[in-house]
Every structure is written in C-alpha cells, then in structure tokens.
Design a protein around this ligand. Structure first.
Ligand code: ZN
Length: 475
C-alpha cells in the first residue's frame, strides 16, 4: 500500500524529479510574464463545473524560475500546465478556493447552486499547453475535473494594463522577484483621503508578520509591496448590521453566515488591482474596527486593522498573521470550539491535507511523527476538559452585554493560564481537538497561532511548513 502511494505521488508530482532544475528549462517553455486564466466555479454539494471566463497577460513573473512543479502536495485542488508537444508537466500548483468551503455549508447541502469567479496564474507559456484542474477525493487522491487547451497566441487574451494606475509602494525590497517570496498588500474600504492610513497599516502589518517566527528569521527572502486601492466610501459591508458600503474590492463580513468571516467574491477586481505589482501571495487589509478576517490557501489573507477598543488592538495583529498562515502555508485551524459555518469540513476518519492537522495520532501514522520524541505519549495528554469549560463560557457571552470586553478578556486570560501550565506545553505530540472538531482530530502542540486567540507564535510543525514554503518560492 505504501509503495502504491509513493508511486502515485511520483505520478502526480513526478515532473519535478525530471530535471526542472534550472532556468534554461524556464526559458524553453515560458517567457517572463504572468498568464492568468479566469473561470467560474459553479455547482452545489457533490457537484462542480469549471466554466472558462477570460484570459489575461499580467506583468513580470514573480515566482521561481526553477521550482515550477509543485512538490508540497497542499490544497484541495491542483492545476497543471502540460506542454502539448512534449506532454511534460511544466508547471503545477495546489490551491484552495471559496467554492470548496461553500460546499460544506447548509446552503449547499440544501441543493442550492452558486458560482464563484476564480483564477489560476502561471508563467506565460511560449507554446500551446493543456491546462487541467483536479480535485481531491476523500482519500486525498486527485481526480481531473477540467481540461482545456490554451494557445498563448490566441487573440482572446487581454494584454491591457488592468489596474487603472494604482500606485505601488515598496515596503520591503530584497531584490529579484524570481528568488523571493513576493507579497502584495491591497487595502479595501480606504477612501482617497485615508490613503496615508493605508500606507501606515500596510507597514504596521508587515512589521507584525516579520516579528513572528519563522518569518522573522527569513525576512531577507521576501519582497513586500502595497498597492493603493481607493474605495468610494470608508469601511466594508457588514450585512448583519445593515451596514452597506461602496468598497472597491467587495470584502464583506458574514461570509457563509459567519459574523467574523471576511472574504470577497470579487476575484476579478481583486486580481486586476493585485496585478499592479509582481506577487506570489496576497494580503487584503480592510479598514474596519470589527473583529474579522479570512484566509484561503494560495488565494489571499484578509484582516481587519483597527482594534475594537485600544486594549484589544493586538487582536488585529493576531488575526493578520493567523490568516496569512492559512493563505501562505496551507495551515488548518487548530481551534475547535468557535462556531463556524461548516458541516463535516474534515470528514471523520479522513486525514486532512493540512500539514498541522491529523486524524491519525499513532506513532506510525501521525503526519509529523518525525518531530515527536519517543518518550512523548500519543495522543498527548492536556487539560482539555478544563480548557473546554472556559471556551464554552466564552462562546456564550453576549457581545451586546455591558462589560462584554472585560469578561471576554478575563476568560481569554484564564485560557492562557491553563495552556501555559501544561507540562507538555513545549512538546510536539498529538493533542486532541483541532480543525473545528473537539474529538478525532489532533494538533501538534498545546498552543499555536493557529489555535488560541493570542499572540503565541507558530508551533514547530507549522513553522516547518512555513519554512518549506519560503524555500520553495525563494529558490
Ligand atoms: Zn483560521
């Protein structure tokens, strides 16, 4: 069985081992520009279609010239670019999207159909290529759901500039984009008059990211640019408060019915603005003081920017880096008690693809078993019942009540005390409770930026996943 899995991995990601080791190969198949293929992702629970939209040429290629074929095996989907003449996979990337999250909502379960506009981006091919998109099944094996031929000479490809003169500010510049992780920061809900605030926010959250390990130690491997996007009105939509704003990027609270979940389904608009700068990953800062954000692997990370009160300003710093963990390294949520809009996001008994979640806590099967000491018990004990009782209390606080913030902070402090007191707090093991599930899913450490609402750093397993991604994009 193991052998079959290895063979399958070689088949899926195999081209990497066939010598895409130098930029000569890049220049044989690509030129230094970005090709964007837009499509609609349409369907309901258990059914999906990819329907082509438009094709674009964006600016210079920001990605690696050597790491073209994905070797990381992350994401719900995988797209591949195959050179038609040689039948070689010349580029591939795993990714996730809004559609697969929406499929786990009650709305999708009721049989309703919805469409989401999406993009895949790859270096601009010189010759005709076949673009395929695959989706994982419950055993995590990819199956093709879409295939089409792309002719790079087609007159249907748009070559105009897409970003209407948006100003780009360089925040961190460490040189050649091909050898760096290139981040682009966009702002939503900032009016022309608030652009100085956006510039300051972009710098603040860049500092926030690079004060957190392992980004801190690897800042030299990044470039960060901010694109000034002006909204007609200040703030973003808050449907549950009947607060509607004409904001440029369409970000909104209440995504999939969750109060604090901020995403945008205006992919085309977002991508057009982002194309003002070369980028591998995107952060969208929203000009609001209401707790919220969202992050999807290889799509974007979104964070609010102003604390609800001065004493909770740090929570925006927590959210921004947490969401970037989803977007950048495919990290899963390690928390399990907060209400989310999903049904069976991680079906029982299925090993998630996220590097920091596991359904198998055994010494032979645990995903990060190479990081677990032989003396560490698996599953690893912690005072879960005690922690859960505080979480439960916090979940039942009334946000409209007087002294809400005070009570909430007191409970957060109490949770912190419990986590800090665990004898296994510095141990990598398998701690039960992760991925929106109180039982059956395990996380690597007692605490992590992907677990508690705190400025705690990433646990060693998440750190390694982030470092792998930095390596992949900077070499
Ligand atoms: Zn999260």
């Amino acid at each position: 069985m193991k052998k079959r899995i290895v063979l399958l991995c070689m088949f899926l990601f195999g081209a990497a081992s066939f010598g895409f080791g130098n930029d000569k190969i890049f220049s044989e198949y690509f030129r230094d520009a970005t090709f964007r293929y837009d499509f609609y992702h349409v369907g309901t629970k258990g059914e999906e279609r990819i329907v082509p939209d438009k094709m674009y040429e964006e600016g210079e290629w920001a990605g690696s010239l050597t790491n073209l074929v994905d070797t990381l095996n992350l994401g719900e989907y995988l797209f591949k670019v195959v050179d038609i003449k040689t039948n070689q996979v010349i580029y591939s990337r795993g990714y996730s999207c809004m559609f697969n999250e929406w499929q786990t909502t009650d709305e999708a379960a009721s049989g309703a159909y919805r469409s989401f506009q999406e993009s895949v981006r790859f270096p601009y091919p010189l010759h005709k290529v076949q673009l395929t998109i695959s989706r994982r099944d419950k055993r995590m094996i990819f199956h093709e759901i879409f295939s089409c031929e792309v002719d790079p000479a087609s007159i249907e490809i748009h070559h105009e500039k897409l970003f209407s003169g948006a100003k780009v500010i360089s925040i961190v510049n460490n040189g050649d984009s091909h050898e760096k992780v290139d981040l682009v920061i966009l702002g939503d809900g900032y009016t022309n008059d608030e652009m100085k605030k956006f510039d300051a926010d972009a710098k603040h959250f860049t500092d926030d990211l690079f004060s957190t390990s392992p980004f801190k130690e690897r800042e030299k491997d990044f470039n960060v640019r901010a694109v000034e996007v002006a909204s007609q009105e200040s703030g973003i939509d808050q449907p549950d408060r009947h607060h509607w704003v004409n904001n440029a990027l369409g970000t909104s609270y209440n995504t999939f019915g969750s109060a604090r979940y901020v995403l945008t389904n205006e992919n085309r608009v977002v991508r057009n603005f982002a194309s003002a700068a070369p980028y591998d990953f995107m952060i969208i800062l929203v000009n609001t003081n209401r707790y919220g954000g969202g992050g999807i692997y290889q799509l974007y990370a979104i964070s609010y920017t102003i604390g609800e009160t001065p004493s909770t300003a740090w929570e925006a710093d927590y959210v921004c880096v947490h969401e970037f963990g989803h977007c950048f390294a495919g990290l899963g949520d390690e928390y399990y008690s907060s209400s989310v809009a999903y049904n069976d996001f991680y079906p029982k008994g299925v090993e998630p693809w996220e590097p920091n979640l596991s359904a198998n806590p055994s010494r032979e099967g645990l995903k990060w078993r190479d990081m677990v000491a032989s003396t560490t018990p698996l599953p690893t004990p912690w005072e879960k019942a005690k922690y859960d009782s505080i979480e439960d209390e916090r979940a039942h606080l009334n946000p409209r009540a007087k002294d809400y913030s005070k009570h909430r902070q007191a409970l957060l402090d109490e949770e912190r005390k419990i986590l800090e007191a665990q004898p296994n707090k510095n141990v990598v093991g398998a701690f039960e409770g992760a991925g929106y599930s109180s039982t059956g899913l395990y996380r690597p450490s007692v605490d992590c930026r992907m677990f508690s609402l705190s400025l705690t750093g990433f646990d060693p397993v998440c750190k390694r996943a982030i470092e792998n991604m930095i390596d992949f994009y900077s070499k």
